[in-house]
Write a protein that binds this ligand. Structure first.
Ligand code: ADP
Ligand code: MG
Length: 698
């Protein structure tokens, strides 16, 4: 029988209750899913270790030897049993805290046993607590023991008698199906091209590897398969869109753009800005709908690019909009852009949650009549009441702050979908760009405007605070402004807020001469706005804040960013915060303050921040340190398939290969209809039925 026809309820060891648990806890609903519940680690029973080989971070090991003597240590409830075990050369202590009587009856000195357990280092020597002990004759030959799989389970599974051992037993019952009931999902020519293990062998070896080499081959195959189908899916979708969705035609570069370019451009565009504008313009006139991601480090001048491509849209008779994640940012964009185009005769408005009803009405009317050319705003833009006359270009700033749905709503604001430009200052590691954002074209601004001095970053401990205050004093006296940022997360919100307000008091007391502002999410919008404006206008010298100021805010005169409790921020966030300074001509500084005791990972974070200003390098490091699941923006972007075995932090090279190959195949056979590719098409369809609403936008 084929594995796929098997009802998991009827697998020995499962039954209806456990089948239900598997479904609820692990989303396993059929035998195929079950087969793809891979072990997360293995324990090596394929060889015996010598005691002198033991080191601290070893997983479970097995040793062959004899017990020399037993000894009871302590009395009453704290009593333990200790045995000295030797492999003939060295010794190790075996320890039991329970079942002492039983152990003493069962095991004898002077007999050869196989001892299996995890060594721990304690009091200057190694011991193994509660080892498994067998007579060699009770165990199958070592070659057959191989590597023992361990499976992820949940608390509920464990209390339902579905621990890792039980899952292993279930898998054992699937083994005959792995051997003869598996349909291969990759065509023979693909297996051959990359010398991949077939699916049947791979499933056998991923669950019950005979040795490390075979395990490795199995992993390679399963990873490749996973990444390959992700790419086939994304690329096929992109191709479909390219072929089926017509793009609004915006070929012309007209008066608005040209007049702005020759008369009102406040500074020479950087080479990268020019290149990116060209790339976007080409898209706009291509007849296909644009979906482009614009990546550019903080301060690289994305806003100006957005404005200039919006002018192209207006030149072609379309309306455009910019959606920003916060009111502060939307307002700032509005102020900047309005002053840039004030003499062009362009009608531009701001729509946010706090726009008054009267103004709102006017905006709605002008939008529908087409009088309004450019609308800037927050989420307020996606409300149904906001109806455009002819929306042609949507710009989404700091896109990682928005969910898939919010973005796709903007698509529907025109009968024919508008062009979409999403901008982000959080550089996306290459591997994520190819998967999570794999259906977007990418433009990169890899050059900062001239004259910027790289920000100098320092990592200080608390004991430097006095010196730091001296430094702050000098900077303000020289005319600069200072940011001080505190972490604030939901789980510890109360404490965090207290820290911010205490920090605010501290800075007020330490600098009686200067004015201090405070902004955090719990303030009323109007108060927040007021405090922010005070700082933007230079009325206050120090801004004490939470990460509300992380995104986009532009105060070129601010030259120092102090980050309190820097250990509590992620790398990308630290980089974003640092990007708030270094926007003017003055030398800027970023000071990371932490306590003395730091985890290795935190120390690494600080070192990276001090060493480099390169957002891409930082994004890669962030991915390595935290893994893709935690990266901002990845959850809500929604991966097309959940990756079960491939890892975007580690399998970048394989991902590139899989992508190139998928592209090659689709170029030749876009619908996967050729005989040799039929199997790909049907597997892809099967995977897609598991997809929840993977919409039409990244
Ligand atoms: P981001 O890419 O982070 O959104 P902004 O668009 O806010 O960056 O630009 C950062 C600052 O750089 C702004 O003050 C902007 O006016 C300035 N700027 C943008 N382009 C240039 C340029 N080509 N030359 C000089 N300054 C520029
Ligand atoms: Mg910006």
């Amino acid at each position: 029988m084929q594995l796929s026809q098997l009802d998991i309820k009827f697998i020995p060891g499962v039954g209806p209750k456990k089948a239900d648990l598997l479904h609820k806890e692990l989303n396993i609903s059929n035998a195929d899913d079950l087969a793809r519940h891979y072990p997360y680690k293995y324990i090596d029973r394929s060889r015996f270790y010598y005691l002198h080989e033991i080191s601290e971070n070893m997983p479970f090991i097995q040793v062959k030897g004899q017990i020399i003597k037993f000894e009871k240590v302590g009395i009453g409830r704290t009593q333990r049993l200790s045995a000295i075990f030797t492999d003939g050369k060295d010794t190790i202590e075996l320890v039991w805290f329970q079942g002492i009587k039983f152990i003493l009856e069962k095991y004898k000195t002077g007999i050869t046993y196989v001892v299996f357990g995890k060594p721990t280092f304690f009091n200057g020597k190694y011991n193994i607590a509660h080892p498994e002990i067998d007579l060699p004759s009770q165990l199958p030959p070592v070659e057959q023991l191989g590597l023992q799989p361990f499976y992820n389970t949940t608390e509920k599974m464990k209390s339902g008698f579905l621990n890792s051992k039980a899952v292993q037993k279930i898998m054992l019952n699937l083994l005959p199906y792995f051997q003869s009931g598996i349909s291969e999902t990759l065509p023979a020519y693909v297996l051959k091209k990359y010398a991949l293990m077939n699916l049947s062998e791979s499933l056998i070896n991923i669950h019950f590897p005979k040795n490390a080499h075979l395990l490795n081959k199995a992993r390679q195959r399963l990873k490749f398969e996973e990444l390959f189908f992700v790419q086939l899916n994304i690329l096929q979708q992109t191709k479909w869109r390219e072929n089926n969705l017509k793009g609004l035609m915006m070929k012309k570069v007209g008066d608005f753009f040209n007049t702005f370019f020759s008369n009102y451009l406040p500074f020479e565009l950087t080479g990268a800005q020019k290149r990116v504008i060209k790339e976007i313009h080409t898209d706009l006139g291509s007849g296909r709908q644009m979906n482009r991601l614009l990546q550019g480090d903080v301060g690289s001048g994305k806003t100006l690019v957005a404005l200039m491509v919006l002018l192209i849209a207006v030149d072609n008779g379309y309306q455009g909009c910019i959606m920003a994640p916060t009111e502060i940012l939307a307002t700032q964009h509005f102020d900047t852009l309005r002053s840039l185009v004030k003499d062009l005769g362009i009608n531009i408005s701001l729509l946010t949650g706090s726009t008054r009803p009267k103004e709102r009405e006017v905006i709605h009317k002008e939008l529908q009549s087409g009088e309004l050319n450019i609308l800037i705003g927050t989420h307020a833009l996606i409300e149904d009441v906001v109806q455009f006359n002819n929306l042609g270009l949507v710009v989404i700033d700091e896109q990682h702050r928005f969910g898939v749905e919010q973005r796709s709503k903007l698509w529907k604001k025109n009968v024919q979908p508008p062009h979409v430009l999403v901008m982000t200052a959080t550089p996306i590691p290459r591997t994520l760009a190819m998967t999570v954002y794999g259906d977007l074209s990418v433009s990169v601004i890899d050059e900062l405007p001239p004259g910027r001095k790289p920000i100098q970053t320092y990592h200080y401990y608390e004991n430097k605070r006095q010196a730091l205050n001296g430094f702050i004093y000098k900077q303000i006296k020289a005319g600069r402004q200072i940011y001080v940022v505190y972490p604030l997360i939901e789980e510890s919100e109360k404490m965090d807020l207290q820290n911010v307000t205490e920090g605010f008091e501290y800075f007020r007391e330490s600098f009686p001469e200067f004015k201090v502002s405070m902004v955090h999410g719990k303030l009323k919008p109007a108060e927040k706005e007021y405090q922010m404006q005070q700082f933007v206008n230079g009325k206050t010298h120090i801004m004490v804040a939470t990460t509300v100021i992380e995104v986009g805010v532009n105060v070129p005169n601010a030259s120092v960013m102090i980050i309190e409790n820097a250990e509590r921020f992620g790398l990308s966030q630290l980089h974003q915060l640092r990007g708030r300074v270094g926007r003017g001509a003055e030398q800027s500084f970023c000071i990371l303050l932490t306590g003395f005791k730091l985890a290795t990972e935190t120390r690494k974070k600080m070192d990276i921040m001090v060493r480099t200003n390169d957002g891409f390098e930082i994004a890669e490091a962030d991915l390595q340190l935290r893994g893709p699941g935690d990266l901002e923006g990845t959850q809500q972007s929604g991966m097309p398939f959940e990756l079960k075995i491939a890892n975007l932090a580690r399998d970048g090279k394989m991902l590139s290969i899989a992508r190139e190959f998928a592209m090659e195949i689709l170029n030749d056979d876009p619908k996967l209809e050729k005989k040799e590719n039929l199997v790909l098409g049907s597997q892809l369809n099967k995977l897609k039925t598991n997809l929840i609403n993977w919409g039409n936008i990244s």
